[in-house]
Design a binder for this molecule. Structure first.
Ligand code: SF4
Ligand code: SF4
Length: 442
């Protein structure tokens, strides 16, 4: 069995941060821009959420950062406090009164909330699932990120990559040229990659975050697609799954980055877009891209894991019993694929077809505990101690299964599990689903 190790995101983030062009804004401008973004992102649903919180504290018990530390500041609903303050003074029914009894937000508030909106939120959505009032907390935390990014206060690691991706289409220097180089390496292994086909039924996305290390994930995906015999392509003008605009909170960047993929899919006449194993990329394209684009998208968007599950069910994907040590596994549900995308069964169906023994973690499926690295957190140097504490919860759950192998379907989860393995000298194999399938095609 071949496992894929991808580069340490913390190192990549640090390298990227060094190249950030700082925003020159006065404190007044920062506050004004943050408020403008808060108000632009504030939906009627969010106003209802802010009015309906009963302060029960149950969201705290849902958040891996609170569970791991016990610190009250990591209570999810507290992470939206600046947004709540602006809502109360600008939009709430009692706003005129609220302006007398509460002060406006300050730059210091924004500084103080930076850690809460970025370092201590992986956008995993577990708090929203467990809130008895149905408050969608993580979408409000995203609006706090939007405000901070508008004020030029997003973490340098995320903003630098977001700027690069928006302006050049590359991530950490890896763009279309790097894709072509990686495609040639895959072809040298005897695996055909239909790059830049004019027309194809399926557009497959990849990620520089995978091929900065090597070509193995692209090779595995290509091998599976070729075996399925579908008309597919990967396009150098829109191949990147990751969206650092979404991670940094830069709405304009997010929009432009999503548009590249949409344009590539439309140019190819694709009926399906398969998102690489990249957690946040999936909800960003599936749930948010059409809204930002302003139109219904004329193609279906699926994650690789969903696609594999569907092809298996349809009888087109055939696999044999997995060997080489993958006989007993546990599956880590990527939060954005599972909790947000509702895709739990497809990955498990594939694992069953591979004949492995699957032992579930205590919090698997809808209530799965995040590994602690998503939402851009793995890129942030400042978040490392907190991320390591949160990872301990995941490690304990994996240990209790007794499985020697952890399978997942997200490159950020892969990287975070690999990082955890290195920190703890952990004896687990970490394997991605598409690689496992590719190694065991019948
Ligand atoms: S769980 Fe929901 S209602 Fe309870 S404190 Fe958190 S956001 Fe408020
Ligand atoms: S989305 Fe996840 S990480 Fe963020 S506050 Fe909620 S539970 Fe915590």
């Amino acid at each position: 069995m071949s496992a894929t190790t991808i580069p340490d995101y913390g190192t990549l983030g640090e390298r990227a941060a060094a190249g950030l062009k700082p925003r020159a804004l006065s404190d007044e401008q920062k506050v004004a821009k943050a408020k403008e973004a808060f108000l632009a992102g504030m939906t009627a649903d969010m106003a209802t959420y802010l009015e309906s919180c009963i302060h029960c504290g149950m969201c705290a018990e849902a958040c891996h950062f609170y569970i791991a530390t016990g610190e009250a500041k990591y209570t999810p609903i507290f992470k939206v406090e600046p947004l709540k303050k602006v809502y109360r003074r600008e939009l709430a029914p009692l706003r005129a009164f609220n302006r007398f009894v509460s002060r406006d937000i300050t730059v210091q508030d924004l500084e103080d909330w930076k850690e809460l909106a970025y370092d201590s939120c992986t956008q995993c959505g577990r708090c929203s699932l467990l809130c008895p009032m149905g408050i969608h907390i993580q979408s409000m935390i995203q609006v706090v990120r939007n405000g901070l990014a508008a004020a030029g206060m997003a973490p340098a690691e995320l903003q630098a990559v977001s700027d690069e991706q928006k302006d050049k289409g590359s991530i950490l220097g890896a763009g279309a040229d790097k894709l072509r180089e990686v495609v040639e390496r895959v072809r040298a292994k005897g695996i055909e990659v239909p790059l830049d086909k004019d027309k194809a039924d399926v557009l497959v996305l990849s990620s520089a975050l995978d091929f900065l290390k090597d070509e193995s994930v692209l090779a595995a995906t290509a091998k599976v697609m070729n075996k399925l015999g579908v008309s597919w392509t990967i396009r150098s003008d829109g191949f990147e799954s990751a969206n650092f605009g979404a991670l940094s909170g830069d709405v304009q960047a997010q929009k432009r980055i999503s548009k590249r993929v949409i344009d590539a899919a439309m140019a190819a006449g694709a009926k399906k877009v398969i998102v690489a194993e990249c957690g946040h990329a999936y909800p960003v394209l599936r749930w948010e891209a059409a809204t930002l684009y302003g139109k219904t998208l004329p193609f279906e968007i699926l994650s690789v894991a969903e696609y594999l599950g569907q092809e298996l069910k349809a009888g087109r994907l055939k696999v044999k019993k997995a060997g080489n040590g993958a006989s007993h596994v546990t599956f880590h549900d990527p939060c954005k694929l599972g909790r947000m995308g509702g895709s739990f069964d497809e990955s498990r169906d594939v694992l069953r077809a591979l004949g492995v023994k699957l032992t579930e973690m205590e919090s698997h499926g809808r209530t799965n505990l995040c590994c602690g690295g998503g939402g851009g957190v793995a890129m942030l140097k400042s978040a490392l101690p907190l991320r390591q504490k949160a990872f301990e919860l995941k490690r304990e759950e994996v240990e209790r299964t007794g499985a020697p192998t952890v399978v997942t379907a997200c490159n950020t989860c892969m990287q975070n599990l690999e990082a955890g393995k290195a920190w703890l000298n952990w004896d687990k194999d970490i394997v991605n689903l598409v690689q496992l399938v590719s190694d065991n095609l019948a």
